[in-house]
Design a protein around this ligand. Structure first.
Ligand code: HEM
Length: 189
């Protein structure tokens, strides 16, 4: 439920965010004030959901899947990369088959850690800053604090949008193209 609410709200954020960013005010894709309103609501839901995600990972064993062993991860990433670029086309076995103890392969793990523990909090904090602009430092080295916050927000939003596209593509490389999507509904892999 967390994941699908997050995914739906994220799509809302992307569409309303792009509309605010690129539409001409005379011919908006979504009326500007409506896009701002919907973007704010979706942003607040994603923020609340994020607390559920972080607290959920702290109090349940799901958090273990996000722990990275810094000594082993580089070698593991190389193996997984070779599998995705060469091995998979030769029908080799996956180097890190999924099990009850290993829900993510190393590439999934690292991309989820970056998305959820680095870029999402940056996006949320900068978004909250823009929602409450009175909290933003007016000037940083002569540059407007709001502009800088906006830049950080747009860059982190862009990176997370790219993450989402790659994420969805990689989710199709399961036993069958739809197997991983089904397991996100049924809970069974
Ligand atoms: C329409 C958009 C999306 C689709 C179709 C989708 C699909 C999936 C699927 C099939 C999985 C299970 C495969 C796996 O274990 O890797 C998954 C897991 C996951 N997705 Fe997504 N996703 C979407 C959007 C997002 C977004 C926007 C985020 C975060 C910004 C996200 C973060 C995650 C995380 C963290 C997991 C692992 C959850 C866990 O089990 O702890 N997803 N997603």
């Amino acid at each position: 439920m967390w994941h699908w609410l997050n995914a739906l709200m994220f799509l809302f954020l992307i569409v309303t965010g792009l509309s605010m960013q690129y539409s001409s005010p005379d011919y908006p894709f979504i009326r500007f004030d409506l896009a701002v309103f919907l973007h704010n609501i979706a942003g607040i839901i994603v923020t609340l959901g994020y607390f559920v995600f972080v607290i959920g990972n702290m109090v349940t064993s799901n958090g273990n899947f996000y722990k990275v062993n810094l000594r082993e991860i580089v070698g593991q990433l190389k193996k997984q990369f070779m599998y995705y670029t060469i091995g998979i086309f030769k029908h080799e076995d996956a180097p890190f088959p999924l099990s009850e103890n290993r829900k993510f392969n190393p590439l999934q793990k690292v991309s989820y850690v970056f998305a959820m523990y680095a870029f999402t909090p940056i996006m949320i904090i900068s978004g909250l800053g823009l929602l409450f602009p009175e909290t933003i430092i007016p000037q940083v080295f002569g540059v407007s604090g709001i502009h800088l916050t906006d830049l950080v927000h747009i860059i982190s939003g862009f990176i997370l949008s790219v993450f989402m596209i790659i994420h969805i593509y990689f989710c199709t490389i399961g036993k069958t193209p739809t197997a991983n999507f089904k397991s996100m509904f049924t809970g069974w892999h």
